[in-house]
Design a protein around this ligand. Structure first.
Ligand SMILES: Cc1cc2nc3c(=O)[nH]c(=O)nc-3n(C[C@H](O)[C@H](O)[C@H](O)COP(=O)(O)OP(=O)(O)OC[C@H]3O[C@@H](n4cnc5c(N)ncnc54)[C@H](O)[C@@H]3O)c2cc1C
Length: 425
């Protein structure tokens, strides 16, 4: 069994950027080469700016190469909660931004001819409890009335048309949800950015941001210093001590994935006959999909722990048990890959983007970043050029996590709460 992400193992990097020289001066230094960073670097280079994309490891090493490959509709908090919290107009604006974000992914794939198995497979949300199914019926109505967005709700009696499992109490299907091979996508974007003139610098961890004046910084890296007129932090769940203000606002939660051996068409047609992007309504959610080569990818917050080889193996075992609980006919199916990555939750599970102490940032995608991180990379370029309205998330309060100054000591407490919540919900 491989402990590397399936997506990175089955995608060709667009180049070896480990020795790209660090330029002395740039218009913009972008920190982190995930979707946010590569998308921003591509947009900046396309507009003629000089840009250094600085990545501690390699392109896509973070969550962008480790996720479920689902670019789906809707906010992490769900539409009904958004309406209650922010009111109708703002909730619709936020909801629509996710639809626009999928369009952004689709357009980039088309414009740059990125061969990454992108398709609108549809998103299947599965009700773990009868009350969650009732909530889906209410969401369906709310989405249609307020956002003119139309989804289908599937009762338990018809659920086998969508999933070969008796585990759930109904489902909601949104045909606009998409899926893609995220390894091929992130490498494709990085290649496009490099072709457009961006300095893609791998193996270039940023160690210090030294403010010169306003938004101008000396960006110290493990391979040299660049002076940047603007800095964009795109470090998501891997945000560290160079930006302590942001670090206190990111809860890095491990999410883990297993991928099976390739399955026969018959088995795939039984599991997910329409190849939807599926996730359930538990707090400790399971999410799963079929990969382009007919494997089942099955993920979840198996344990509230950070990712490490040991932790990934333990989580893989828990996920295998969960997978066979849902699909007992997979009991003897081999698992070929298991890995983990960090999801960047915030206190309110809303995206936070803006500027603090002269440094621009966009993060806190809370597990919904395949589309939104890609979109925000592009949007932040407009925002950094002075267009405030480009950033839908502006003005939302961004409180720090109490007592959080370094490693997230409180993860086991959140995990215990989530387990109890799922048991009694
Ligand atoms: C297991 C898992 C499953 C997920 N599934 C889905 C899904 O199906 N759908 C969905 O929409 N979202 C999903 N997500 C979330 C999504 O993957 C992320 O929101 C998104 O990839 C974030 O992209 P990013 O570019 O902001 O950050 P990342 O891709 O995390 O990139 C941040 C990069 O910053 C680099 N970095 C950090 N510090 C420094 C430094 N000091 N110097 C230089 N580089 C630095 C890191 O090495 C890293 O490569 C999932 C996440 C995980 C972990």
């Amino acid at each position: 069994m491989k402990l590397t992400p399936y997506w990175l193992d089955t995608a060709e990097p667009s180049g070896d950027y480990r020795r790209t020289p660090i330029p002395e001066n740039v218009d913009v230094a972008v920190i982190g080469a995930g979707f946010t960073g590569v998308s921003a670097a591509l947009e900046l280079a396309k507009q003629g700016a000089t840009v250094a994309l600085l990545e501690r490891h390699t392109v896509g090493w973070g969550a962008s190469g480790r996720n479920g490959g689902m670019a789906t509709t809707g906010l992490a908090i769900g539409f009904s909660t958004a309406v209650k919290r922010y009111g109708n107009t703002r909730a619709v604006e936020m909801f629509n931004e996710y639809n626009d974000a999928i369009d952004t992914v689709e357009k980039l794939v088309g414009d740059y001819g990125i061969d990454c198995n992108y398709s609108r497979y549809g998103k299947l949300s599965l009700a773990f409890h009868p009350s969650h199914y009732e909530g889906m019926l209410r969401s369906q109505e709310l989405l249609a009335t307020l956002a003119d967005h139309h989804v289908r709700v599937i009762p338990k009696s018809e659920i086998h048309s969508e999933i070969g499992s008796d585990f759930y109490h109904g489902a909601m299907l949104d045909p606009m949800g998409a899926g893609l091979h995220v390894g091929k996508f992130v490498h494709g974007l990085a290649g496009a950015a490099a072709n457009a003139g961006a300095f893609v610098c791998e193996n270039a961890g940023v160690t210090e941001l030294k403010r010169i004046s306003g938004t101008v910084h000396d960006v110290h890296t493990t391979r040299g210093i660049t002076r940047a007129k603007q800095v964009l932090v795109a470090t998501s769940g891997y945000t560290g001590g160079i930006t302590p203000w942001l670090q206190r606002r990111v809860i890095p939660v491990g999410s883990f994935i297993i991928v099976t051996e390739p399955l026969s068409d018959d088995v795939v047609n039984r599991i997910l006959p329409n190849r939807r992007m599926a996730s359930d309504s538990k707090m400790l959610t399971y999410y799963f999909r079929i990969t382009p080569d007919n494997r089942l990818l099955f993920g979840g917050r198996a344990r509230f722990a950070l990712s490490s080889p040991d932790s990934d193996v333990k989580s893989g075992e828990i996920l295998h048990k969960a997978m066979t609980e849902l699909f007992p006919y997979l009991a003897n199916t081999r698992v070929d890959y298991t890995w983990g990555g960090l999801v960047d939750l915030s206190m309110d599970q809303i995206v936070h983007a803006g500027i603090h102490d002269g440094v621009f940032y966009s993060l806190n995608y809370s597990g919904h970043g395949v589309q939104m991180a890609t979109h925000m990379g592009k949007k932040m370029v407009q925002y950094m050029a002075g267009d405030e309205t480009a950033n839908v998330w502006r003005g939302i309060k961004n409180p720090p996590v109490p007592g959080h100054f370094g490693p997230p000591w409180f993860l086991p407490l959140i995990g215990a709460y989530a387990k109890v919540h799922d048991r009694f919900s």
